[in-house]
Design a protein around this ligand. Sequence first.
Ligand code: HEC
Ligand code: HEC
Length: 265
Amino acid sequence: MAAAVLWACASESASTEATTSTSAATTGAGGGTVDGAELSAPDYFAAKVFPEFSLTCGACHTSEENCVPKFMENEPSPTYELMRQHPGLIVPPDSSNLRLYGAHSGPNLTATQDETVRIWLSKEFPDDTGENSQRLALRALGDCMSETDYEDSAFNALAHQQTADAGPCGACHKTGEAGTWIGFNAADMYDKTKKLPYIQRLFRAKFDGSTFVGFGPSTRLFDKPEFAAQCGERHPQGLIDPQKRVATETYIQDALDAYASGNCQ
Ligand code: HEC
Ligand code: HEC
């Protein structure tokens, strides 16, 4: 079945948090300069980023079908315009969801693609110091997800949530498949959901223009199975049981509250 095929490629990339090897690509082995260094940001996007995205992301993101957010066209300049309008994409490199979102229905960026996107966004925001980046903030937020709150909330029960005809969430997401870690092993699920890319299923980054300004709760874990029928039936359907929903919401809110208080180790 189609899902199984998708599955295999999604899980392969799910475990690799987009790591950057800055030195290799910017200076090259022999210390040469980066390919495309002379290009302006939009020209670099058109020449280097767009062709990659067109191949790996364009099949889905050029259309709104199956509940995909549309931020691409078949040409670089209308794509650039759409990406500008979509919050959290053309923002400083360590805040961009293009780099942080990770494996989902679509694949994670390869290390080379990630580096290309990083270079492009550094050209867009040459004065960015890297402070207040979403990446750093996600780390701080992860530290605010306490094990006591995790156990008290019973968030782990979501692993046992049944779908209409395809078994529980944990049967398919037990090792982070599609960037979504919902496993039967409670300790693993606690550790993994504190970190990229899995933490991105629990929280939604907020932006003011190109500035990352904080987090709110994400409803992705409920929306995915609940809206499955409207989204092309690629995913098993299921209504999340109210208790498990409250457990998930409580754990997410506890972390946001702790983060807001600035009191996490
Ligand atoms: C098989 C289809 C598919 C492919 C291929 C795909 N995506 Fe996606 N993408 C989706 C769907 C569906 C969503 C909406 C669900 C979600 O938010 O996870 C999404 C959401 C996103 C989001 C979150 C947008 C937001 O504002 O919430 C980002 C960022 C993203 N994709 C980036 C990419 C990148 C970069 C690529 C290429 C490397 C890619 N996607 C390839 C289907 C795909
Ligand atoms: C039979 C296997 C299977 C079961 C059971 C299952 N999923 Fe999925 N899930 C998938 C596959 C395959 C993908 C990637 C393809 C896609 O996004 O359609 C996915 C992707 C996701 C995503 C990330 C992609 C996105 O669009 O945001 C979320 C979130 C998710 N599932 C939540 C759940 C929840 C919650 C449950 C339990 C109610 C569940 N899944 C049960 C197979 C499954």
